[in-house]
Design a protein around this ligand. Structure first.
Ligand SMILES: [Zn+2]
Length: 251
């Protein structure tokens, strides 16, 4: 068995037997990987506390060829995002990113750009003094673009008119926005002119920039509704994000 080394984010960690864990990570080198960490739940283990969800780690593991469960060799924490863990709201949005990765990414399907987007989003959620939903929406739009479903947010898909200072309709089936004259589907979601300007800004802004602004709640809500509907429509397996359902219940 070859030893492999990669940076990774811990997505999920479940108990196995008396003292072990089965850990799912999103790795920079090989996409989603699962491995067994023997004895890691024992307080004497040198890996104790390293394999909690959201940790950014440097992972060494024994790769079992043609198997989907590997073995942990060694792990070191690069960043544990303490300020995310202290805040329930931040934790929910960071875990929602983990849930999207678990449901959509496959072993050996790695993307250095997506990995970087995850790390930047977690760092920004960790540091922001404002609502972390802003960073989550920034990640969501980046994820949709990287998955190849890049919605045009500047022109009406039907009449090709540039729409800047008016309310539009976000249409998942059509794959972008439609103006008030061209809207057809009942499923279209109304986005205010301010909401549309926000989405266009969000697409260009870095996560560090996104954290510096407090966005009005009504704009965040309409944008969240539109982006989640778009994601659900185009990417299989994302009909329901349990983490966000939980969040809605406690909001
Ligand atoms: Zn139009």
């Amino acid at each position: 068995m070859a030893i492999k080394k990669t940076e990774a984010i811990v997505l999920k960690s479940i108990k196995s037997g008396e003292t072990s864990k089965i850990v799912t990570v999103y790795s920079q080198a090989s996409g989603v990987i699962k491995f067994i960490a023997k004895g890691s739940r024992s307080i004497k283990s040198r890996h104790w506390g390293c394999l909690e969800p959201l940790n950014y780690i440097l992972l060494h593991y024994y790769e079992k060829p043609n198997r989907d469960l590997h073995f942990l060799s060694q792990v070191d924490i690069i960043q544990s995002f303490r300020d995310i863990r202290k805040d329930l709201n931040k934790t929910a949005f960071a875990l929602a990113i983990c849930e999207i990765l678990i449901k959509t990414q496959y072993p050996a399907e790695s993307s250095a750009i997506l990995f970087k987007a995850v790390i930047e989003s977690f760092s920004a959620i960790n540091e922001t003094k404002f609502s972390p939903i802003n960073n989550f929406l920034g990640f969501l739009l980046r994820f949709i673009d990287l998955a190849g479903f890049h919605p045009d947010l500047q022109q009406c898909l039907n009449c090709h008119r540039t729409v800047e200072n008016e309310a539009v309709y976000f249409d998942s089936a059509a794959g972008g926005i439609l103006c008030g004259h061209c809207v057809l589907h009942e499923t279209s979601i109304l986005i205010s002119a301010r909401g549309l300007r926000y989405l266009n800004w969000l697409r260009k802004a870095s996560q560090a920039e996104i954290s510096r602004f407090q966005i009005p709640e009504d704009i965040l809500q309409e944008s969240e509704k539109a982006l989640l509907a778009y994601l659900n429509f185009h990417i299989e397996g994302l009909e329901k994000l349990n983490t966000l359902d939980f969040m809605l219940r406690i909001r």
